[in-house]
Design a protein around this ligand. Structure first.
Ligand SMILES: [Zn+2]
Length: 103
C-alpha cells in the first residue's frame, strides 16, 4: 500500500506517510500533511478505509478526492487523532492554537 503526494507524485509507505501528519484540527476533522520529498502541504481527513483530500471553504472542509487505504481506522480524541492501520498506529496531536476544542 503506497500513498501518493499529489504535488510531486512520490509514493510513500504508511509509516513514512502518516509520520508526516501534524496539527490535528478537531473542528474541521482534518490533519495537515507535509510531503517529506517536496515540502508540499496538504489538508486531509482520515476516514474509515480511505483518506479524503480537499480544501477549506467557508469554515468547512470539502473533500474532493479520496484515496482508498484498506483497513484504515481512526480514533478521535479531544487533543489528538490516532490513525490505525493493521497493527501500527500514529498519533497526531491537535494544533496548540485550537485548544480547547469548541463545543
Ligand atoms: Zn511531494
Amino acid at each position: 500500500m503506497l500513498i501518493p503526494c499529489f504535488a510531486c507524485e512520490s509514493r510513500f509507505g504508511p509509516d513514512e506517510y502518516f509520520g508526516a501528519c501534524s496539527d490535528y484540527n478537531r473542528g474541521l476533522d482534518l490533519v495537515s500533511w507535509t510531503c517529506p520529498r517536496c515540502g508540499n502541504r496538504d489538508d486531509l481527513r482520515v476516514l474509515p478505509g480511505e483518506l479524503g483530500f480537499g480544501y477549506r471553504h467557508r469554515g468547512r472542509f470539502a473533500v474532493h478526492a479520496r484515496v482508498r487505504v484498506p483497513g484504515l481506522r481512526r480514533h478521535r480524541g479531544d487533543l489528538r487523532l490516532d490513525i490505525l492501520l493493521d497493527r501500527a498506529s500514529w498519533r497526531v496531536s491537535a494544533s496548540l492554537h485550537q485548544r480547547p476544542a469548541a463545543r
